[in-house]
Design a protein around this ligand. Sequence first.
Ligand code: PEP
Ligand code: MG
Length: 843
Amino acid sequence: MSNFIYFFKDGNKNLTNLLGGKGANLCEMKNLNLPIPNGFIVTTEACNQFLDNEDNFFEILKPQIKSALVNLEKITNKKFGGNNPLLVSVRSGAPVSMPGMMDTILNVGFNDDVLKKIITITKNQNFAYDLYFKFIQMFSEIVMNIPRKEFEKLDKKEFQNPSEKITAYKNLYKSLIKKEFPDNIEDQIFLAVKSIFNSWNNERAILYRDLNNIDSSMGTGVVIQEMVFGNYNNLSGTGVMFTRNPSTGENKIYGEYLLKAQGEDIVAGIRTPEDISHLEKDMPKIYKELITIGKNLEKHYKNMLDIEFTIENNKLYILQARVGKRTSEADLKINLELAEENLISKKEAILRIDVNSLYKIINGKFSTKALETANLIGTGLSGSNGVACGKIVLNSKNIPEEGDYILVREETSPEDIKGMYLAKGILTAKGGRTSHGAVVARGMGKCCVTGCDALTISEKEKTIKINNTILKEGDIISLDGHNGNIYLGTVDIEKKTLNEDFFKLMTWTEDFNNLKVRVNADTPEDAKTGCYFGAKGIGLCRTEHMFFKENRIWNIREMILARNEEERNFALEKLSITQSKDFYEIFKVMNGLPVNIRLLDPPLHEFLPKTLEEKVYLSNRMNITLLEIEKRIELLKEQNPMLGHRGCRLGVTFPEIYEMQIKSIGIALNLCKEKNIKASVEIMIPFVGFLEELQYIKSIITKTLKNHDYKIGTMIELPRACVLSDKIAKEVDFFSYGTNDLTQTTLGISRDDSAKFLHSYEEKFIYKNDPFKTIDKEGVGELLKTSINLGKRENPTIKLGICGEHGGDPESIDFFSTLNIEYVSCSPFKIPLALLASAQSEI
Ligand code: PEP
Ligand code: MG
């Protein structure tokens, strides 16, 4: 027959699955000879068998618990119900920490007889009664589900003496349970163990597991341990100590304690606990012992720990130690310092840092305290990390240069760029993670929540509605771009902490980065940010973004609506002046690092005027009738623009646009030569599906750009291009995988509209993830592999990179690191995450 009981001396920390985290750590510490009150654990296996076959199994378990209790009496030299009565705590302890989700019963082993004995030994009636009250309350609440407030009602009554109160407590129990309160100690323990087993399946535990993806088949262990009493006398107390500061990571103990108190008194907040540093004065011997134990435990566990302790009559006991929860900044500092103290290796430090926590360090976060009371009014998708609070503005043109504003739009368009730049955050009803709003916001390092289905906007009324909350323009909301939450009013923000720890980590990752990281940058500022974070080049310069700066949009509108070649060339000339200047500025920043410039990609109609006001202005400016402008716009309209007249198709139909762009690159290169600035350019052709398209555009490039060194490559973002990569590879120096469009075209879902149904797909586990966030390895991933193999076979020196948004997603990077590619490219503020994720994949 299996053994379901482990005494502390028989276990260790590697038996977490069997003994639960709490139990396994108690065993480990017992074996380190730390002052741990004696006890044993009923295993998780027992819990699972009990949950499968309740009563029959418990009959098998009972004799094992009984004999363990006898053994515990021997070890402690106390007896249940004896003259020196043994009392125990009965606690749950699952393999994974589920804070506050499961149950604890203290002072088990009490009855009227034990009360008398404790009064005799301690000569302290208040203390003894206090234990008894607590026991009846906890037992009734946890084992019998009697709400605590029923006892609290009794607590408000006046009693002649405490024994009357005990009788009232027991009568309450009897009236609700229809049975006497159990005085038999064995029954108390059996009932407590059963209830802990059952608590594994209580509603809050199930919910917690669902929310945190915890396997429900683990079961919980039960720890039965001798009680020690922090409320015994003035030389007793209880407290919590972190071995390092969990908020800053500073290597200095942190915590608090209360004298003459039990564990929950600290949490209950009835008395204000003292800072742990005062213990040095209050109880110097205990303080010293605690510090030593902390240091030794850190060495043993190679981590910062959170230690619960109790002092009983000037003797220290450790009740629990576990790896301490900490902020992202503290986690970074602690792991770097543990490596510098040689407790862990650099590799281990890098692996331990949660990539997602870097988001919070780079982009800031709401304070945990503020979030406790924040009023959540809706949720969207996390479009771009970061947090922001501000007044609602519905029109991007109305955002003042100064102040805190949140731009709220149905969806953003390129014309919103200035407003997005001025706003502190962006909220949209439509759009997924690779929609315009999200891509641009990420580039700016600005918080953005997209695809909020519950948001409706009334431009006319100047109001928005998020679920049931109606707000006016000017009302304040707060956005959390890390998880898509939207709050009413202002939520306190913790400032960003790009300190020396952050840069130290970045330097450490360099030793392990096989996959290089480049930046997606369309402006010198983005390029600078990218370099600041360690980018090794520009992986994608979306030239269309340059057309939206300042008043350039009018020049491109003139170019698109030109009636003849002369008008078109005039408009192109103006565009070339600004574009060549932009290229030059970017080359200057990148100083010889590769700059990948993509020729114009989006459908032309995206640039066209939308409002009547804009159309009238353009008609005056170009001296064309409003009617004609509207006719031309109508002609350019497409049902499905993302599969329409875009990418290299523009180059085929309007070669003069690409010629202008290539000419501008040439002008910028000339200027670099003149000024002795190194420039390394890669010209990239978007949306190629046919070899012939590529050859056609390539001929424009080679014809237009002579006397310069440059590389020519193509984006691979259509399945056809993947399967024909052998042919395409022969014509180019590089491929860059546009995984946004490749996902869109492979899965046949729109990157702009799919947010509406994606959450249903994720909820029903049809899609494991949002495929625009994390690469679909099975489908898109296979196409990538096919293309890489074919491309390398025909052109072994071809350079391969990824420039879709997946290049900044840790899980996708982990997959990319298994492919034969050279780099990933992502938005500037994602570079640190990509560097860390790529190092973690290599280690
Ligand atoms: C892509 O499609 O993955 C890509 C990088 O291009 P864009 O997002 O500009 O379409
Ligand atoms: Mg694309």
